[in-house]
Ligand binder design. Structure first.
Ligand code: ZN
Ligand code: ZN
Length: 92
């Protein structure tokens, strides 16, 4: 079974479309080649310069969020959704 995450802006719930485009701007160190592409096809990786974008700007509310925050996986069936990720990351 294939479980696809639902992709939308974590701030305003705007959903990217297949024809949505992002531009590689000098917003992060090592970026700014000017390539235009759909960032969700490459998981935030610029096809022009190979820069991996940590932040993705919403084309609707214009606010940037971590790229991984755009992916909303469905909760597991038959169980409560537990968020233990933060607890694991704080170790060390
Ligand atoms: Zn938004
Ligand atoms: Zn680039």
């Amino acid at each position: 079974m294939e479980r696809r995450p639902h992709i939308h802006c974590p701030l305003c719930a705007w959903e990217p479309r297949p024809d949505s485009r992002w531009r590689c701007t000098p917003g992060e160190p090592g970026s700014g080649c000017g390539a235009v592409w759909n960032t969700f096809w490459t998981a935030g990786c610029c096809p022009g310069c190979g820069h991996h974008w940590a932040m993705t700007q919403c084309l609707s509310c214009r606010r940037a969020s971590p790229h991984e925050a755009w992916y909303h996986f469905p909760p597991p069936e038959g169980g409560e959704a537990r968020e233990t990720k933060e607890a694991l990351e704080t170790a060390g």
